[in-house]
Design a binder for this molecule. Structure first.
Ligand code: ZN
Length: 138
């Protein structure tokens, strides 16, 4: 696969409203978009750091994987995943990593926040870093 850049870094937070003052007032970053991704049971807030984005992820219900992540981290959030932009498409990249014997969370690309096509690889196969592959929709 051809990775061109880090698309974003995902950070789990208990509350976007409680977390934003740190990112905006202390780090001086600007939140430019907040949206809910229903099928992932999260509300997301995006901030830009140059070319890279930070994606704050807030659970919308206790069954959200982000709620479970926070629970497993002693009730605190923190770094959750790294997202890479793949130039030659998420579907191609998935076929490649599956052929290499890696564990996938998503067998096929799906819609993520900001309309990106995304897929997650399992951290058991990715040096323990939950990895998201992304591409801009065609
Ligand atoms: Zn993400």
């Amino acid at each position: 696969m051809k990775i061109s850049r880090i698309e974003h870094i995902g950070i789990a937070v208990k509350s976007i409203e409680e977390s934003l003052p740190y990112f905006e007032n202390v780090l001086g970053l600007k939140c430019y978009n907040i949206e809910t991704v229903e099928d992932q049971k999260v509300r997301t807030a995006f901030l830009k750091v140059g070319e890279v984005k930070l994606e704050l992820l807030e659970p919308t219900c206790p069954e959200s994987t982000i709620a479970k992540f926070i629970e497993n981290n002693g009730g605190k959030g923190g770094m959750h995943h790294m997202a890479f932009n793949v130039e030659d498409g998420v579907a191609n990249a998935l076929a490649e990593v599956e052929a290499a014997g890696l564990r996938l969370i998503d067998k096929a690309p799906r819609k993520g926040a900001e309309c990106l096509n995304i897929a997650f690889l399992h951290p058991k196969s990715t040096a323990a870093v939950l990895t998201e592959l992304c591409e801009q929709p065609k």
